[in-house]
Design a protein. Sequence first.
Length: 532
Amino acid sequence: MTSFARACGLPALSFLAVLQAATFNVRDYGAKGDGSSKDTPAVQKAIDAAAGQGGGTVWVPAGKYLCGTIHLKSNVTLHLDNGSAILASTDNGDFDPYETLPFKSVSDNETTFFHYGLLVAENAHNIAITGQGIVDGNRPKRRGPKTVSIKNCQYVTIRGITVQNSPNYSISFWGSDYVDIDGVTILNGYADGIDPDASRYVRISNCYIDCWDDAICPKASPSMGMDQRRNVEHLVVTNCVTRTNCSNFKFGTESSWDLKDVTVSNITMMPRDKGRPPISGISLEAVDGARINGVAISNISMVDVTTPIFVRLGNRGRGMNPPTPGSVENVSFNNIVARGARMTSSLTGIPGYLARRVALSNILITMEGGNQDPKGLDVPENVAKYPEGTMFGILPAFGLYARHAEGVALSNVQLRWDKEDLRPAMIFDDVKDLTIDGFHTDTVAGASPVVWVHNVVDAFIRGSRTAAAQVFLRASGTESQRILLTGNDLTRVTRRVEIQDAPKSAVQEVGNAVSAALNRAAKRGSLGGKKQ
């Protein structure tokens, strides 16, 4: 401290006086910290005093402080010392009521309202919640005040604290910019963990999140009126552990505006100790007119997640008249490992609206498998249905299903199952400009093809190999054309290509490695079916 004082050009005693003047102890303003006295007025007085002097740190020493709504102010840091806890009052009358909105909300109460909360800030700047203390929602179930509720703020820091037992979103902020959430622990949340809504320049790092609903759930909701466009932009999520019964990272529950320029990296995703397994690992959904553009997902490890990857362009059209589809484009998945997955990853648009330029590289997915009833391509469109990784039910491929898409690129993708599954590994239906480079599976069973392309135009498949299979590639659909199969290791495949109701010229083969015996049999026509 003395060296820092010298660096500031102040004598040590003068520096201490400045430091003490900028620190406001809630106990000096009447807080008891005994867990039963209502300390809301005392904590608020300390915050108001700090704000009245231009800013400072409000210190919450060890103890349990029972509070209703506390209003954070500009240039004030609320510091929770180790051993301290701010407990939400169990009396709902101690909290601010829902705000009056200038429009009819199309979202749920949890998403739309921000006044009904424990630690609340609105139209403030340079605010912080720091320390090793606890913010406790103090509820045994869902429904109640938000725990940390931020609205229309700039330069927000939340660091080091633990948020637990939240009956509503644990940390929720709307219309806020320059938000830094670092080293936060969320325990036993009954709703979402961290929800950046219509906010920009957000960093979420080094967090542990354990909650029933979505762990990290960016939203672009029209909470302040349909005439204000507030995208989620410039969002970074990194170095986190997430545990949930719903989705680990999900955009799309509210997708009235856009999701742009986002990176998600270095995340470990797993089930909670109780309840159902997670519905999805990564879900990107544009169903209310949103444009998803420029999203990079990398270095993700998932275990026992139901659906590892779910990308959806739909047309629920919440709040829209008429509903109009948005777009999904320029999305990258890299270095994804998933074990114990139960349902198929999917990439889907809707008729006339394609998901575009989606790349998947270095993907390792081990499915639970076990499906003994391979089906055809009759998968419901569910254009207006609520988006969820399980919304299509059992899909006709075990590893990846893509439909209504363009510019799909797969590189070094490995898909396999633990229990024998008779479905194809991958299906592509109504896809343009498809690249499959270095695909591999070591689990094949039954008569289904390893890869099935239907009404696919301009496909390039190379460098792939498979365990022993009856058919590697099935091409179907009258629109299929310009499908090139080259440089693949098909030495363990009985029939390289099967044509079903597609032009005979749809598939061309160049330079594939094949079994000499099978090749001679194919030339003699003794393998049956169409010529290989």
